[in-house]
Design a protein around this ligand. Structure first.
Ligand SMILES: [Zn+2]
Ligand SMILES: [Zn+2]
Length: 459
């Protein structure tokens, strides 16, 4: 390595980084200002090019500034490097700049791996960071344009960016929209994680093809999930889907395969109109395994809509089937169970009707016995009815009016209770026939309706 001043015009552009500087440059003006004042303090890195020229490897910004300032010479380190080494030096130099955005960092690591053929672990050693740090930064390079923009603009933070980067491109769009919110109420990272869990991962949790090789082959490769090999919740199994759109495709293919293999009917576990080729819950009856529930029209079916996705059951859709016709479709119930429920309900209604008829008869019989003059027993019954009707709210007034002696009872909770009911009961027992009928009137008037008084006051 040689260190000397070389002529600015002898230095050519780099071959290994045709786009020039890797990153967008906000602070270039500041750099020009500083070089104008102090000169180029840090030598640029060059290697020998053709004839007597040099190729810049690192420090193209300083070189650019020197050209603008019309410097004749610039301090340089002259090294021997092949293309890969040169590229590596360029990437690493860019990483050493201040305020490198995590996105640029990720981009640089990616270049080290793709262009300088580094392993992730070697990158980690090279930049003195942990492997997981490097991996996380690498993940950021999965971010799609809109998220990148929002991230660079500071609308979302590192936490958001890492979560979104782990999603496939389709899901990134919806996750970004959700994160930014409708009125600039940006979600917290925790909220975003929960959002992703419930809006993307809970749906795609059902991946039955992972259970068998045949199913996996039938379903085929993911089309939208790559290159994400790791989801939010850990590494992804081979063949597992991490994208909602892709999952919808695969689950469709899976059901087609199942239907073909098992000669199954497609059914929905929901009432109402089902998509084309799918039988709605209103149009089939579940058939149980027991002999008495079977019929000649039994078909095998698989739930492709609604809850219980992928469940296989037996059904009957024959409108003329003696056993199942008229059976109300109820998901999860066999025709026999539906029939039993209906019978139970019918019995309940019948019993209630019978009980009502019996009551009416009893009342009619009882009324037949009521005659004038009232027997002592009927009078007592009438008094009981009136007492019940007046209720305990009226007892206090009545007891006071009759100046009854009222017992006090101490309550367990420390209070005192006046037993007006006991006092009234005792008094009622001591009344003669005339007093009893009078008391019936009094009780009825004391039910709280003062207007009832009119019923007797003018007689
Ligand atoms: Zn997929
Ligand atoms: Zn049937």
């Amino acid at each position: 390595m040689e260190l000397k001043n070389i002529k600015v015009k002898e230095i050519s552009e780099t071959k290994t980084n045709p786009r020039g500087d890797d990153f967008e440059d906000k602070n270039f003006d500041e750099l020009v200002e500083s070089i104008k004042e102090k000169g180029v303090l840090m030598p640029v890195l060059v290697r020998k090019g053709q004839k007597k020229t040099y190729e810049i490897i690192a420090g193209s910004r300083r070189l650019k500034a020197a050209k603008i300032l019309k410097f004749e010479e610039i301090p340089a380190k002259i090294v021997e490097m092949n293309d890969i080494e040169a590229r590596e030096a360029q990437i690493v130099e860019n990483l050493q700049r201040q305020d490198v955005h995590p996105l640029d960092e990720g981009e640089a690591y990616r270049k080290l791996i793709e262009e300088a053929k580094y392993e992730i672990s070697a990158v980690a050693v090279k930049v003195a960071k942990s492997e997981s740090y490097v991996k996380q930064r690498l993940f950021l390079t999965n971010l799609k344009e809109k998220t990148v923009k929002a991230y660079r603009a500071g609308k979302i933070n590192d936490g958001h960016a890492v979560l979104i980067a782990k999603l496939s491109s389709n899901d990134q769009k919806s996750a970004l929209l959700a994160t930014l919110g409708r009125w600039n109420e940006v979600m917290t990272v925790k909220e975003l994680k929960e959002w992703i869990e419930s809006n993307i991962y809970s749906e795609i949790a059902f991946q039955p093809w992972l259970k068998s090789k045949e199913a996996m082959e039938a379903v085929g490769e993911c089309t939208e999930c790559k290159p994400n090999s790791e989801s939010l919740f850990g590494p992804v199994k081979e063949g597992a889907c991490t994208d909602l759109k892709c999952w919808k495709n695969k689950i469709k293919k899976y059901f087609s395969w199942k239907v073909k293999m098992g000669k199954l009917k497609r059914i929905s576990s929901e009432y109402g109109q089902a998509p084309k080729g799918v039988i709605s819950l209103s149009d089939y009856v579940k058939v149980g395994r027991k002999k008495e529930d079977r019929c000649d029209s039994v078909l095998k079916a698989i739930v492709v809509e609604g809850s219980g996705l992928g469940k296989e059951i037996d059904i009957c859709i024959n409108p003329k089937c003696e056993k199942h016709k008229g059976a109300q479709a109820q998901y999860g119930l066999t025709a026999k169970e539906v029939k039993e429920r209906k019978e139970d309900r019918k019995k309940e209604i019948e019993n209630a009707k019978k009980a009502k008829v019996a009551m009416e008869k009893k009342l009619a019989d009882a009324l037949k016995k009521v005659k004038w003059p009232l027997s002592e027993k009927h009078l007592d019954a009438l008094l009981t009815l009136a007492l019940e009707l007046a209720g305990s709210n009226a007892y206090r007034t009545i007891a006071k009016r009759h100046e009854l002696e009222v017992e006090k009872e101490n309550q367990s909770w420390g209070g005192t209770c006046y037993r007006y009911d006991k006092a009234i009961e005792k008094m009622a027992k001591g009344l003669d026939k005339n007093e009893k009928i009078k008391f019936v009137f009094e009780l009825l008037i004391d039910t709280g309706y003062g207007s009832l008084l009119k019923g007797i006051e003018k007689i």
